[in-house]
Write a protein that binds this ligand. Sequence first.
Ligand code: SF4
Length: 594
Amino acid sequence: MPRPAAERSRFLPVSRADMAARGWDQLDVLLVSGDAYADHPAFGVPLLGRVLEAAGYRVGIVAQPRWDAPTDIQCLGRPRLFCGISAGGLDSMLAHYTAFRKKRSDDAYTPGGLAGRRPNRACIVYSNLVRQAFPGLPVILGGIEASLRRAVHYDFWSDSVRRSLLLDAKADLILYGMAESTLVEAARRLQGGASLEGLPGAAYIGARPAEAELLPAYEDILARPAALLEATMAIERQVHQGTAVLAQAHGNRFVILTPPPLAASGCADLERIAALPFTRDPHPDYSERIPGLDMVRWSVTAVRGCGGGCSFCSLALHQGRRIRSRSQASVLQEIRAMVRHPEWSGAVTDIGGPTANFWGAACAGDPSRCTRPSCLSPGICPHLKPRQREYLGLLRAARAVPGVKHVRVASGVRHDLALQDAEFARGLTAEFVGGQLKLAPEHCVDQVLTLMRKSDFSLFERFLEVFGRVSAGEAREQYVVPYVMSAFPGCTMDDMKQLAAWFRAQGWQPQQVQCFVPTPGTVATAMFYAGCDPACRPIHVARTDREREDQHSALLPGRHLPPGQVAGAPPPPRPSPQAGGRLRAGARPRRSSR
Ligand code: SF4
Protein backbone atom coordinates (compact mmCIF):
# COMPACT_ATOMS: atom_id res chain seq x y z
CA MET A 1 0.00 0.00 0.00
CA PRO A 2 1.69 3.28 -1.09
CA ARG A 3 2.35 5.64 1.80
CA PRO A 4 1.66 9.41 1.86
CA ALA A 5 3.85 11.43 -0.49
CA ALA A 6 5.38 13.47 2.35
CA GLU A 7 6.64 10.32 4.05
CA ARG A 8 7.91 8.82 0.80
CA SER A 9 9.63 12.04 -0.26
CA ARG A 10 12.25 11.53 2.48
CA PHE A 11 13.51 8.52 0.51
CA LEU A 12 14.95 8.12 -2.95
CA PRO A 13 12.36 7.15 -5.57
CA VAL A 14 11.33 3.51 -5.77
CA SER A 15 8.42 4.03 -8.20
CA ARG A 16 7.32 6.16 -11.13
CA ALA A 17 4.97 7.99 -8.78
CA ASP A 18 7.92 8.93 -6.55
CA MET A 19 9.76 10.24 -9.61
CA ALA A 20 6.72 12.22 -10.73
CA ALA A 21 6.42 13.76 -7.24
CA ARG A 22 9.96 15.13 -7.76
CA GLY A 23 9.17 16.27 -11.29
CA TRP A 24 11.53 13.70 -12.84
CA ASP A 25 10.79 11.87 -16.06
CA GLN A 26 14.09 9.93 -16.14
CA LEU A 27 16.70 8.80 -13.65
CA ASP A 28 20.40 9.38 -14.17
CA VAL A 29 21.36 6.29 -12.19
CA LEU A 30 19.41 3.20 -11.18
CA LEU A 31 20.71 1.28 -8.16
CA VAL A 32 19.71 -2.35 -7.64
CA SER A 33 20.23 -4.02 -4.27
CA GLY A 34 19.85 -7.51 -2.84
CA ASP A 35 19.06 -5.95 0.55
CA ALA A 36 15.86 -4.24 1.58
CA TYR A 37 15.88 -0.44 1.40
CA ALA A 38 16.76 1.08 4.75
CA ASP A 39 17.93 4.69 4.60
CA HIS A 40 20.86 4.27 6.93
CA PRO A 41 24.58 4.91 6.39
CA ALA A 42 25.35 1.28 7.26
CA PHE A 43 23.37 0.10 4.21
CA GLY A 44 25.63 0.37 1.17
CA VAL A 45 23.24 1.02 -1.70
CA PRO A 46 21.13 3.67 0.08
CA LEU A 47 24.38 5.32 1.16
CA LEU A 48 25.66 5.40 -2.42
CA GLY A 49 22.27 6.74 -3.50
CA ARG A 50 22.60 9.63 -1.06
CA VAL A 51 26.15 10.34 -2.23
CA LEU A 52 25.10 10.45 -5.90
CA GLU A 53 22.08 12.57 -5.01
CA ALA A 54 24.34 15.05 -3.19
CA ALA A 55 26.52 15.18 -6.31
CA GLY A 56 23.49 16.31 -8.32
CA TYR A 57 22.35 13.04 -9.92
CA ARG A 58 18.79 11.72 -10.10
CA VAL A 59 18.89 8.34 -8.42
CA GLY A 60 16.29 5.63 -7.87
CA ILE A 61 16.49 2.33 -6.00
CA VAL A 62 15.09 -1.09 -6.79
CA ALA A 63 15.49 -3.26 -3.71
CA GLN A 64 15.22 -7.05 -3.82
CA PRO A 65 13.63 -7.25 -7.28
CA ARG A 66 11.97 -10.44 -8.48
CA TRP A 67 14.34 -12.28 -10.76
CA ASP A 68 12.07 -14.44 -12.89
CA ALA A 69 11.31 -11.44 -15.11
CA PRO A 70 12.78 -7.93 -15.57
CA THR A 71 9.51 -6.24 -14.54
CA ASP A 72 10.76 -4.87 -11.21
CA ILE A 73 14.04 -3.68 -12.72
CA GLN A 74 12.06 -1.80 -15.39
CA CYS A 75 9.65 -0.10 -13.01
CA LEU A 76 11.61 3.20 -12.88
CA GLY A 77 12.43 3.25 -16.57
CA ARG A 78 15.77 3.22 -18.34
CA PRO A 79 18.28 5.47 -16.57
CA ARG A 80 20.33 7.97 -18.55
CA LEU A 81 23.84 6.96 -17.39
CA PHE A 82 24.19 3.50 -15.83
CA CYS A 83 22.87 0.85 -13.49
CA GLY A 84 24.76 0.10 -10.26
CA ILE A 85 24.28 -3.36 -8.77
CA SER A 86 25.08 -4.80 -5.35
CA ALA A 87 24.17 -8.23 -3.97
CA GLY A 88 23.76 -6.52 -0.58
CA GLY A 89 25.74 -6.39 2.65
CA LEU A 90 26.79 -10.05 2.32
CA ASP A 91 27.88 -12.27 -0.52
CA SER A 92 24.61 -13.86 -1.62
CA MET A 93 25.96 -17.40 -1.21
CA LEU A 94 27.10 -16.63 2.31
CA ALA A 95 23.71 -15.12 3.03
CA HIS A 96 21.95 -18.26 1.83
CA TYR A 97 24.03 -21.17 3.17
CA THR A 98 25.50 -22.24 6.50
CA ALA A 99 29.10 -23.19 7.10
CA PHE A 100 28.03 -26.74 6.22
CA ARG A 101 26.34 -25.65 2.99
CA LYS A 102 22.81 -26.10 4.39
CA LYS A 103 20.15 -23.64 3.28
CA ARG A 104 19.44 -20.86 5.77
CA SER A 105 15.91 -20.03 6.80
CA ASP A 106 16.44 -16.35 7.58
CA ASP A 107 17.91 -13.20 6.09
CA ALA A 108 18.60 -10.26 8.37
CA TYR A 109 18.49 -7.76 5.53
CA THR A 110 14.93 -8.57 4.44
CA PRO A 111 11.71 -7.31 6.08
CA GLY A 112 10.55 -9.87 8.61
CA GLY A 113 13.97 -11.56 8.43
CA LEU A 114 12.67 -13.90 5.72
CA ALA A 115 14.95 -15.88 3.43
CA GLY A 116 14.41 -16.16 -0.31
CA ARG A 117 14.15 -12.52 -1.39
CA ARG A 118 17.40 -12.50 -3.37
CA PRO A 119 18.86 -15.03 -5.81
CA ASN A 120 22.04 -17.05 -5.45
CA ARG A 121 24.93 -15.25 -7.18
CA ALA A 122 22.86 -12.10 -7.13
CA CYS A 123 25.33 -9.93 -9.06
CA ILE A 124 25.19 -12.26 -12.06
CA VAL A 125 21.41 -12.63 -11.95
CA TYR A 126 20.74 -8.89 -11.56
CA SER A 127 23.23 -8.06 -14.34
CA ASN A 128 21.40 -10.43 -16.70
CA LEU A 129 18.10 -8.79 -15.81
CA VAL A 130 19.45 -5.30 -16.43
CA ARG A 131 20.87 -6.27 -19.81
CA GLN A 132 17.51 -7.81 -20.70
CA ALA A 133 15.60 -4.74 -19.51
CA PHE A 134 17.93 -2.05 -20.87
CA PRO A 135 20.17 -3.40 -23.67
CA GLY A 136 23.43 -1.50 -23.99
CA LEU A 137 23.20 0.26 -20.60
CA PRO A 138 26.54 0.32 -18.71
CA VAL A 139 26.48 -1.97 -15.66
CA ILE A 140 28.68 -1.27 -12.63
CA LEU A 141 29.00 -3.84 -9.85
CA GLY A 142 29.90 -3.03 -6.26
CA GLY A 143 29.47 -4.29 -2.70
CA ILE A 144 31.16 -7.17 -0.93
CA GLU A 145 30.16 -9.91 -3.41
CA ALA A 146 31.60 -8.06 -6.39
CA SER A 147 34.63 -6.73 -4.50
CA LEU A 148 35.78 -10.10 -3.24
CA ARG A 149 35.13 -11.84 -6.55
CA ARG A 150 36.85 -9.21 -8.71
CA ALA A 151 39.73 -11.54 -9.58
CA VAL A 152 40.00 -15.33 -9.93
CA HIS A 153 38.68 -16.80 -6.68
CA TYR A 154 37.79 -20.04 -4.94
CA ASP A 155 34.04 -20.60 -4.54
CA PHE A 156 33.29 -22.81 -1.54
CA TRP A 157 29.69 -23.48 -2.54
CA SER A 158 30.58 -25.07 -5.89
CA ASP A 159 34.01 -26.22 -4.67
CA SER A 160 35.60 -24.70 -7.74
CA VAL A 161 37.83 -21.89 -8.91
CA ARG A 162 35.82 -19.23 -10.70
CA ARG A 163 36.82 -16.47 -13.09
CA SER A 164 36.55 -12.80 -12.21
CA LEU A 165 32.90 -11.93 -11.66
CA LEU A 166 33.27 -9.35 -14.45
CA LEU A 167 33.32 -12.14 -17.03
CA ASP A 168 30.46 -14.18 -15.59
CA ALA A 169 28.24 -11.14 -15.01
CA LYS A 170 29.32 -9.49 -18.27
CA ALA A 171 29.49 -6.18 -16.40
CA ASP A 172 31.44 -3.13 -17.52
CA LEU A 173 33.15 -2.42 -14.23
CA ILE A 174 33.55 -3.53 -10.64
CA LEU A 175 34.17 -0.81 -8.08
CA TYR A 176 35.69 -2.50 -5.04
CA GLY A 177 35.85 -1.31 -1.48
CA MET A 178 33.92 1.68 -0.23
CA ALA A 179 33.22 3.19 -3.61
CA GLU A 180 31.53 6.53 -2.93
CA SER A 181 34.09 8.76 -4.64
CA THR A 182 34.74 6.37 -7.52
CA LEU A 183 31.04 5.89 -8.24
CA VAL A 184 30.57 9.66 -8.54
CA GLU A 185 33.62 9.81 -10.79
CA ALA A 186 32.16 6.99 -12.92
CA ALA A 187 28.93 8.98 -13.28
CA ARG A 188 30.91 12.08 -14.33
CA ARG A 189 32.88 10.12 -16.90
CA LEU A 190 29.79 8.49 -18.40
CA GLN A 191 28.04 11.85 -18.51
CA GLY A 192 30.99 13.33 -20.37
CA GLY A 193 31.30 10.34 -22.68
CA ALA A 194 34.69 9.35 -21.22
CA SER A 195 36.04 5.84 -20.73
CA LEU A 196 35.77 4.09 -17.37
CA GLU A 197 39.21 2.54 -17.82
CA GLY A 198 41.84 3.63 -15.35
CA LEU A 199 39.35 4.64 -12.67
CA PRO A 200 40.96 3.95 -9.25
CA GLY A 201 39.59 1.14 -7.09
CA ALA A 202 38.22 -0.67 -10.10
CA ALA A 203 38.37 -3.88 -12.08
CA TYR A 204 37.64 -3.90 -15.79
CA ILE A 205 38.43 -5.95 -18.88
CA GLY A 206 40.88 -4.22 -21.19
CA ALA A 207 44.33 -4.05 -22.69
CA ARG A 208 47.13 -4.78 -20.24
CA PRO A 209 48.83 -1.49 -19.26
CA ALA A 210 52.59 -1.58 -19.80
CA GLU A 211 53.32 -0.95 -16.12
CA ALA A 212 50.89 -3.60 -14.83
CA GLU A 213 52.18 -6.38 -12.61
CA LEU A 214 51.00 -9.76 -13.88
CA LEU A 215 49.04 -11.97 -11.50
CA PRO A 216 48.93 -15.71 -12.03
CA ALA A 217 46.39 -16.35 -14.76
CA TYR A 218 43.10 -18.21 -14.36
CA GLU A 219 44.48 -21.22 -16.21
CA ASP A 220 47.65 -21.18 -14.07
CA ILE A 221 45.56 -21.22 -10.87
CA LEU A 222 43.50 -24.14 -12.17
CA ALA A 223 46.71 -26.08 -12.81
CA ARG A 224 48.65 -24.96 -9.72
CA PRO A 225 46.57 -24.19 -6.58
CA ALA A 226 49.41 -22.33 -4.82
CA ALA A 227 49.13 -19.69 -7.56
CA LEU A 228 45.83 -18.55 -6.01
CA LEU A 229 47.69 -17.71 -2.82
CA GLU A 230 50.31 -15.72 -4.77
CA ALA A 231 47.57 -13.78 -6.56
CA THR A 232 45.60 -13.10 -3.37
CA MET A 233 48.67 -11.85 -1.51
CA ALA A 234 49.51 -9.53 -4.42
CA ILE A 235 45.96 -8.10 -4.41
CA GLU A 236 46.13 -7.61 -0.65
CA ARG A 237 49.42 -5.72 -1.06
CA GLN A 238 47.90 -3.58 -3.79
CA VAL A 239 45.01 -2.52 -1.54
CA HIS A 240 47.38 -1.69 1.33
CA GLN A 241 50.20 0.00 -0.56
CA GLY A 242 47.93 1.60 -3.13
CA THR A 243 50.53 1.71 -5.88
CA ALA A 244 50.65 -1.19 -8.37
CA VAL A 245 48.27 -1.79 -11.26
CA LEU A 246 47.59 -5.53 -11.57
CA ALA A 247 46.54 -7.60 -14.58
CA GLN A 248 45.22 -11.15 -14.60
CA ALA A 249 44.82 -13.12 -17.79
CA HIS A 250 41.75 -15.24 -18.48
CA GLY A 251 42.60 -16.92 -21.77
CA ASN A 252 43.42 -14.06 -24.12
CA ARG A 253 41.60 -11.41 -22.07
CA PHE A 254 42.95 -9.38 -19.18
CA VAL A 255 41.16 -8.24 -16.04
CA ILE A 256 42.85 -5.03 -14.93
CA LEU A 257 42.83 -4.12 -11.23
CA THR A 258 43.66 -0.51 -10.40
CA PRO A 259 44.88 0.53 -6.94
CA PRO A 260 42.32 2.04 -4.55
CA PRO A 261 41.88 5.81 -4.25
CA LEU A 262 43.92 6.94 -1.25
CA ALA A 263 43.01 10.63 -1.27
CA ALA A 264 44.24 12.82 1.55
CA SER A 265 40.68 14.12 1.79
CA GLY A 266 39.49 10.67 2.91
CA CYS A 267 38.49 11.67 6.44
CA ALA A 268 36.71 14.81 5.25
CA ASP A 269 34.84 12.67 2.71
CA LEU A 270 33.66 10.38 5.50
CA GLU A 271 32.37 13.38 7.42
CA ARG A 272 30.54 14.78 4.41
CA ILE A 273 28.89 11.41 3.84
CA ALA A 274 27.84 11.09 7.49
CA ALA A 275 26.19 14.52 7.31
CA LEU A 276 23.88 13.51 4.44
CA PRO A 277 20.16 13.46 5.31
CA PHE A 278 19.72 9.79 6.25
CA THR A 279 16.34 9.12 7.86
CA ARG A 280 17.65 5.98 9.67
CA ASP A 281 14.27 4.41 8.82
CA PRO A 282 13.12 1.47 6.71
CA HIS A 283 11.32 2.48 3.54
CA PRO A 284 7.67 3.18 4.38
CA ASP A 285 6.49 0.49 1.94
CA TYR A 286 7.63 -2.16 4.42
CA SER A 287 5.27 -3.26 7.14
CA GLU A 288 7.74 -5.60 8.88
CA ARG A 289 10.95 -4.77 10.65
CA ILE A 290 14.35 -5.34 9.05
CA PRO A 291 16.47 -7.16 11.68
CA GLY A 292 19.73 -5.90 10.20
CA LEU A 293 18.53 -2.31 10.54
CA ASP A 294 17.37 -2.79 14.13
CA MET A 295 20.87 -3.96 14.95
CA VAL A 296 22.65 -0.83 13.69
CA ARG A 297 19.99 1.86 13.72
CA TRP A 298 21.48 3.87 16.61
CA SER A 299 25.13 3.07 15.95
CA VAL A 300 27.74 5.41 14.51
CA THR A 301 30.48 4.42 12.09
CA ALA A 302 33.43 6.49 13.22
CA VAL A 303 36.29 4.66 11.54
CA ARG A 304 37.03 2.76 8.35
CA GLY A 305 39.81 0.29 7.67
CA CYS A 306 41.43 -2.13 10.09
CA GLY A 307 45.15 -2.57 10.65
CA GLY A 308 44.63 -6.09 11.99
CA GLY A 309 44.97 -7.77 8.60
CA CYS A 310 43.51 -11.08 9.88
CA SER A 311 43.95 -13.57 7.06
CA PHE A 312 40.31 -14.73 7.11
CA CYS A 313 38.78 -11.26 7.03
CA SER A 314 37.39 -9.79 3.85
CA LEU A 315 38.25 -6.29 5.01
CA ALA A 316 41.87 -6.49 3.94
CA LEU A 317 40.71 -6.69 0.32
CA HIS A 318 37.68 -4.43 0.73
CA GLN A 319 38.28 -1.45 3.04
CA GLY A 320 42.00 -2.12 3.43
CA ARG A 321 44.27 -1.56 6.42
CA ARG A 322 44.67 2.19 6.21
CA ILE A 323 42.68 3.90 8.93
CA ARG A 324 40.34 6.77 8.21
CA SER A 325 38.59 8.31 11.18
CA ARG A 326 35.92 10.93 11.54
CA SER A 327 36.55 13.85 13.88
CA GLN A 328 34.87 14.04 17.25
CA ALA A 329 32.82 17.02 16.05
CA SER A 330 31.46 15.01 13.12
CA VAL A 331 30.53 12.03 15.32
CA LEU A 332 28.79 14.26 17.86
CA GLN A 333 26.88 16.04 15.09
CA GLU A 334 25.51 12.68 13.92
CA ILE A 335 24.52 11.76 17.48
CA ARG A 336 22.70 15.08 17.97
CA ALA A 337 20.73 14.34 14.80
CA MET A 338 19.90 10.84 16.11
CA VAL A 339 18.61 12.33 19.37
CA ARG A 340 16.08 14.40 17.39
CA HIS A 341 14.63 11.25 15.75
CA PRO A 342 11.05 10.58 16.95
CA GLU A 343 11.91 6.96 17.82
CA TRP A 344 15.14 7.73 19.68
CA SER A 345 15.40 5.66 22.86
CA GLY A 346 18.47 7.22 24.48
CA ALA A 347 21.20 4.64 23.79
CA VAL A 348 24.01 4.97 21.26
CA THR A 349 24.56 1.25 20.67
CA ASP A 350 28.00 1.59 19.10
CA ILE A 351 30.64 4.10 18.09
CA GLY A 352 33.13 2.15 16.07
CA GLY A 353 33.77 0.45 12.79
CA PRO A 354 35.64 -2.69 11.78
CA THR A 355 37.71 -2.35 14.97
CA ALA A 356 36.62 0.29 17.45
CA ASN A 357 39.94 1.08 19.12
CA PHE A 358 41.63 1.73 15.79
CA TRP A 359 39.76 5.05 15.76
CA GLY A 360 42.29 7.83 15.24
CA ALA A 361 45.24 5.47 14.72
CA ALA A 362 47.89 6.56 12.24
CA CYS A 363 50.97 5.09 10.62
CA ALA A 364 54.15 7.03 11.30
CA GLY A 365 55.86 5.12 8.52
CA ASP A 366 55.06 4.90 4.84
CA PRO A 367 52.21 2.44 4.10
CA SER A 368 52.96 2.58 0.39
CA ARG A 369 56.24 0.77 1.16
CA CYS A 370 54.95 -1.39 4.01
CA THR A 371 55.31 -5.12 3.43
CA ARG A 372 53.89 -6.29 6.77
CA PRO A 373 50.57 -8.12 6.37
CA SER A 374 49.31 -6.79 9.72
CA CYS A 375 49.96 -3.78 11.94
CA LEU A 376 49.38 -5.94 15.04
CA SER A 377 50.78 -9.36 14.26
CA PRO A 378 53.22 -10.96 15.02
CA GLY A 379 53.69 -7.96 17.32
CA ILE A 380 52.52 -4.37 17.29
CA CYS A 381 54.38 -2.42 14.62
CA PRO A 382 56.52 0.37 16.10
CA HIS A 383 55.16 2.74 13.45
CA LEU A 384 51.57 2.31 14.59
CA LYS A 385 50.38 5.33 16.58
CA PRO A 386 47.03 4.52 18.22
CA ARG A 387 44.94 7.22 19.92
CA GLN A 388 42.90 5.11 22.31
CA ARG A 389 42.89 7.76 25.04
CA GLU A 390 41.30 10.18 22.57
CA TYR A 391 38.81 7.47 21.55
CA LEU A 392 37.83 7.15 25.21
CA GLY A 393 37.36 10.93 25.25
CA LEU A 394 35.12 10.64 22.20
CA LEU A 395 32.94 8.03 23.95
CA ARG A 396 32.65 10.26 27.01
CA ALA A 397 31.81 13.32 24.91
CA ALA A 398 29.09 11.31 23.15
CA ARG A 399 27.64 10.29 26.52
CA ALA A 400 27.47 13.97 27.50
CA VAL A 401 25.29 14.91 24.51
CA PRO A 402 21.87 16.00 25.89
CA GLY A 403 19.36 13.19 25.32
CA VAL A 404 21.96 10.40 25.43
CA LYS A 405 21.61 8.02 28.38
CA HIS A 406 24.13 5.35 27.41
CA VAL A 407 26.96 4.83 24.99
CA ARG A 408 28.18 1.31 24.26
CA VAL A 409 30.93 -0.20 22.15
CA ALA A 410 29.55 -3.12 20.16
CA SER A 411 32.21 -3.15 17.43
CA GLY A 412 35.12 -5.49 17.82
CA VAL A 413 37.91 -4.32 20.11
CA ARG A 414 41.51 -5.47 19.71
CA HIS A 415 42.56 -6.58 23.18
CA ASP A 416 46.25 -6.64 22.21
CA LEU A 417 46.03 -2.97 21.28
CA ALA A 418 43.90 -2.11 24.32
CA LEU A 419 46.62 -3.49 26.61
CA GLN A 420 48.95 -0.77 25.29
CA ASP A 421 47.00 1.85 27.22
CA ALA A 422 45.92 0.93 30.75
CA GLU A 423 43.70 3.99 31.10
CA PHE A 424 41.83 3.10 27.92
CA ALA A 425 41.39 -0.55 28.96
CA ARG A 426 40.10 0.58 32.37
CA GLY A 427 37.78 3.25 30.97
CA LEU A 428 36.34 0.97 28.31
CA THR A 429 35.68 -1.80 30.84
CA ALA A 430 34.25 0.45 33.53
CA GLU A 431 32.08 2.72 31.39
CA PHE A 432 31.19 1.41 27.95
CA VAL A 433 30.85 -2.38 27.96
CA GLY A 434 27.16 -2.68 28.80
CA GLY A 435 27.16 -6.28 30.00
CA GLN A 436 29.39 -8.10 27.57
CA LEU A 437 32.49 -7.37 25.56
CA LYS A 438 33.14 -9.44 22.48
CA LEU A 439 36.77 -10.22 21.83
CA ALA A 440 38.24 -12.41 19.14
CA PRO A 441 41.28 -14.40 20.29
CA GLU A 442 40.04 -16.96 17.66
CA HIS A 443 42.26 -19.78 18.95
CA CYS A 444 44.87 -20.59 21.55
CA VAL A 445 47.36 -22.64 19.52
CA ASP A 446 50.38 -20.68 18.27
CA GLN A 447 50.66 -22.17 14.78
CA VAL A 448 46.96 -21.57 14.09
CA LEU A 449 47.18 -18.01 15.40
CA THR A 450 50.17 -17.35 13.16
CA LEU A 451 48.22 -18.51 10.10
CA MET A 452 45.31 -16.33 11.16
CA ARG A 453 47.67 -13.38 11.77
CA LYS A 454 46.35 -13.05 15.30
CA SER A 455 48.36 -12.08 18.33
CA ASP A 456 49.74 -14.29 21.08
CA PHE A 457 47.04 -15.92 23.19
CA SER A 458 48.75 -14.81 26.42
CA LEU A 459 47.64 -11.24 25.58
CA PHE A 460 44.04 -12.35 25.66
CA GLU A 461 44.57 -13.94 29.06
CA ARG A 462 46.22 -10.73 30.29
CA PHE A 463 43.28 -8.68 29.08
CA LEU A 464 40.87 -11.04 30.87
CA GLU A 465 42.73 -10.30 34.12
CA VAL A 466 42.42 -6.56 33.58
CA PHE A 467 38.76 -6.88 32.63
CA GLY A 468 37.94 -9.02 35.67
CA ARG A 469 39.82 -6.72 38.07
CA VAL A 470 38.21 -3.53 36.77
CA SER A 471 34.73 -5.07 36.63
CA ALA A 472 35.05 -6.31 40.22
CA GLY A 473 36.34 -2.93 41.37
CA GLU A 474 33.35 -1.23 39.81
CA ALA A 475 30.99 -3.95 41.13
CA ARG A 476 29.81 -4.52 37.56
CA GLU A 477 28.46 -7.91 36.52
CA GLN A 478 29.75 -8.18 32.97
CA TYR A 479 31.71 -10.61 30.93
CA VAL A 480 33.94 -11.18 27.95
CA VAL A 481 32.54 -13.25 25.08
CA PRO A 482 35.49 -14.88 23.31
CA TYR A 483 35.00 -15.56 19.60
CA VAL A 484 36.86 -18.65 18.43
CA MET A 485 37.07 -20.50 15.16
CA SER A 486 37.14 -24.16 14.18
CA ALA A 487 38.40 -25.84 11.00
CA PHE A 488 40.74 -23.00 10.06
CA PRO A 489 43.36 -24.01 7.45
CA GLY A 490 46.26 -25.45 9.43
CA CYS A 491 44.09 -26.36 12.43
CA THR A 492 43.97 -30.02 13.43
CA MET A 493 41.68 -31.95 15.72
CA ASP A 494 44.43 -31.90 18.35
CA ASP A 495 44.49 -28.11 18.13
CA MET A 496 40.72 -28.03 18.69
CA LYS A 497 41.11 -30.31 21.70
CA GLN A 498 43.63 -27.86 23.15
CA LEU A 499 41.15 -25.04 22.69
CA ALA A 500 38.38 -27.10 24.28
CA ALA A 501 40.69 -27.88 27.20
CA TRP A 502 41.34 -24.17 27.73
CA PHE A 503 37.61 -23.47 27.96
CA ARG A 504 37.15 -26.40 30.35
CA ALA A 505 39.95 -25.10 32.54
CA GLN A 506 38.12 -21.78 32.85
CA GLY A 507 34.84 -23.56 33.57
CA TRP A 508 33.36 -21.79 30.55
CA GLN A 509 31.00 -23.02 27.92
CA PRO A 510 32.07 -21.61 24.53
CA GLN A 511 29.42 -19.36 23.09
CA GLN A 512 30.71 -17.90 19.87
CA VAL A 513 32.27 -20.71 17.87
CA GLN A 514 32.54 -20.05 14.20
CA CYS A 515 33.33 -22.76 11.69
CA PHE A 516 35.67 -21.29 9.12
CA VAL A 517 33.97 -20.61 5.80
CA PRO A 518 36.31 -20.07 2.85
CA THR A 519 34.68 -16.86 1.63
CA PRO A 520 35.86 -15.61 -1.76
CA GLY A 521 39.04 -13.59 -2.01
CA THR A 522 40.69 -13.94 1.40
CA VAL A 523 44.21 -15.16 2.09
CA ALA A 524 42.81 -17.86 4.40
CA THR A 525 40.57 -19.11 1.60
CA ALA A 526 43.55 -19.28 -0.72
CA MET A 527 45.38 -21.33 1.96
CA PHE A 528 42.33 -23.61 2.21
CA TYR A 529 42.35 -24.15 -1.55
CA ALA A 530 46.12 -24.44 -1.93
CA GLY A 531 46.74 -26.57 1.17
CA CYS A 532 49.79 -24.53 2.04
CA ASP A 533 50.76 -21.43 4.02
CA PRO A 534 51.99 -18.18 2.41
CA ALA A 535 55.54 -19.57 2.42
CA CYS A 536 54.27 -22.59 0.44
CA ARG A 537 54.74 -25.02 3.35
CA PRO A 538 52.06 -27.74 3.34
CA ILE A 539 49.39 -27.42 6.05
CA HIS A 540 46.59 -29.67 7.19
CA VAL A 541 43.19 -28.54 5.87
CA ALA A 542 39.89 -29.80 7.24
CA ARG A 543 38.20 -29.96 3.87
CA THR A 544 35.27 -32.33 4.11
CA ASP A 545 32.05 -31.33 5.83
CA ARG A 546 32.53 -34.34 8.11
CA GLU A 547 35.93 -33.19 9.37
CA ARG A 548 34.75 -29.60 9.66
CA GLU A 549 31.77 -30.72 11.75
CA ASP A 550 34.05 -32.88 13.90
CA GLN A 551 36.34 -29.93 14.64
CA HIS A 552 33.35 -27.74 15.37
CA SER A 553 31.82 -30.33 17.67
CA ALA A 554 35.01 -30.50 19.69
CA LEU A 555 33.81 -27.26 21.28
CA LEU A 556 30.08 -27.72 20.93
CA PRO A 557 29.41 -31.41 21.42
CA GLY A 558 26.22 -32.56 19.77
CA ARG A 559 25.53 -29.22 18.13
CA HIS A 560 25.38 -27.97 14.58
CA LEU A 561 25.64 -24.40 13.46
CA PRO A 562 22.36 -22.55 13.46
CA PRO A 563 21.69 -20.26 10.54
CA GLY A 564 23.48 -16.98 10.91
CA GLN A 565 27.11 -16.58 11.62
CA VAL A 566 30.14 -17.68 9.70
CA ALA A 567 33.71 -16.65 9.21
CA GLY A 568 34.72 -13.80 7.01
CA ALA A 569 31.44 -11.97 7.25
CA PRO A 570 29.94 -9.26 9.38
CA PRO A 571 27.96 -11.00 12.14
CA PRO A 572 24.18 -10.98 11.73
CA PRO A 573 22.00 -9.27 14.35
CA ARG A 574 22.56 -10.38 17.89
CA PRO A 575 20.46 -9.88 20.96
CA SER A 576 21.01 -6.57 22.70
CA PRO A 577 23.96 -6.60 25.08
CA GLN A 578 21.62 -6.85 28.04
CA ALA A 579 19.67 -9.82 26.70
CA GLY A 580 21.69 -12.42 28.57
CA GLY A 581 20.84 -10.92 31.94
CA ARG A 582 23.27 -9.88 34.64
CA LEU A 583 26.27 -12.11 34.93
CA ARG A 584 29.60 -12.40 36.59
CA ALA A 585 32.69 -11.35 34.71
CA GLY A 586 33.98 -13.87 32.22
CA ALA A 587 31.13 -16.31 31.85
CA ARG A 588 28.00 -16.85 29.83
CA PRO A 589 24.86 -18.69 30.90
CA ARG A 590 23.73 -20.11 27.57
CA ARG A 591 25.27 -21.67 24.54
CA SER A 592 25.01 -20.36 21.08
CA SER A 593 27.31 -20.48 18.16
CA ARG A 594 28.18 -18.38 15.17
S1 SF4 B 1 54.40 0.50 8.75
FE1 SF4 B 1 53.48 -0.51 10.53
S2 SF4 B 1 51.81 0.84 11.21
FE2 SF4 B 1 52.38 1.45 9.10
S3 SF4 B 1 50.98 0.28 7.82
FE3 SF4 B 1 52.84 -0.94 7.98
S4 SF4 B 1 52.47 -2.32 9.70
FE4 SF4 B 1 50.93 -0.70 9.84
